[in-house]
Ligand binder design. Sequence first.
Ligand SMILES: Cc1ncc(COP(=O)(O)O)c(C=O)c1O
Length: 385
Amino acid sequence: MKNIGEYYFSQKLREIDDLNRQGKNVINLGIGSPDMPPHPDVIKVLNEESIKPNVHAYQSYKGSPVLRKAISEWYKKWYGVELDPGSEILPLIGSKEGIMHICMTYLNKGDEALVPNPGYPTYTAAVKLTGGKCREYQLLEKNNYQPDLKKIFRKEFKKVKLMFVNYPHMPTGALPTKELFQKLVDFAKENDILIVHDNPYSFILPRWLSGDSPMSLLSIDGAKDCVLELNSLSKSHNMAGWRVGMLCGAKERIDEVLRFKSNMDSGMYLPVQLAAAKALTLEKQWYVELNKVYSTRREKVFELLLSLGCEFRINQAGLFIWARVSEKYKNGHELSDDLLSGVNVFVTPGVIFGSAGEKYIRVSLCVPDEKIADAIDRVRAKTHH
Ligand SMILES: Cc1ncc(COP(=O)(O)O)c(C=O)c1O
């Protein structure tokens, strides 16, 4: 625990609540929690199922067969990946817990894991909490935020057991390519490590309507030998608070993680699992509508960023826009503090995702257009003073 603080947002959201209690009306462009509801059919299943008398018992540690089958069909339909619902899928209470379970399963004290910088802070925290050590790999804008596998790691391998990767990447919004995925699988095999691909953002795509499609690292030939993939309904189905995710991979790996996880929790409420299964059968239209909303918001966020003098790439996937702050500010922290104290707008300083994020901020797309417009007005009013 010595090397771990409270999760950044856990602390920050308390601070924002305090400001709101003082009447500040903070516009929170920080966290990536979808503000829209799940599809009505999903809610309907939850309602219908939870009225039944026989759905309230403990559930199987491996999840309901209905949910595992739905996950398997979802992977086949959207990613072209075959998964045996009986042995290659483990439903999770959100993918975040899966990160911890994987670290507990595979890392002993002193073992090492490769983690992206910038990257989701939970990878680093989970590795440290299990007594492991992090080796950061840098993701640079000039490399399209892809790891330079040749340059960075070769000599450092003895204690490395795991590598966390995440594309579409949070926080930079970088998209995967088939070539990158192939290189990662080759790399894992050459170095005898397990790659953990965290894939919660693959359905939130900037060009969904013009042909982008979601990708899974498991779609690469032979990937199951060396890859575990985490996925989630939090973002793709507006179900962040429901806590439904999944782990996919070879039977042996799933069994190993289950050995740990089955000692931690006792399954998920059955109506939640059945409603999640419903969500996974939604047609393309669901994702189209979702992406329409995010693409309108994206335009507005670009406008906000321009009025702040930030630079950014326009082809970013996921629920955020990653932007470099202007020279006027020492770093992203300074701009974030300035905005919060000056105009009651919160954006996340990039440095919380690692040192490589120091000059950046991250802006969420999980707020309605009007609020982003309000944030723009506040910034412009302030600049004109
Ligand atoms: C990269 C990344 N992985 C995992 C998660 C956690 O997702 P879940 O809600 O499935 O636990 C998040 C959530 O913000 C995330 O950004």
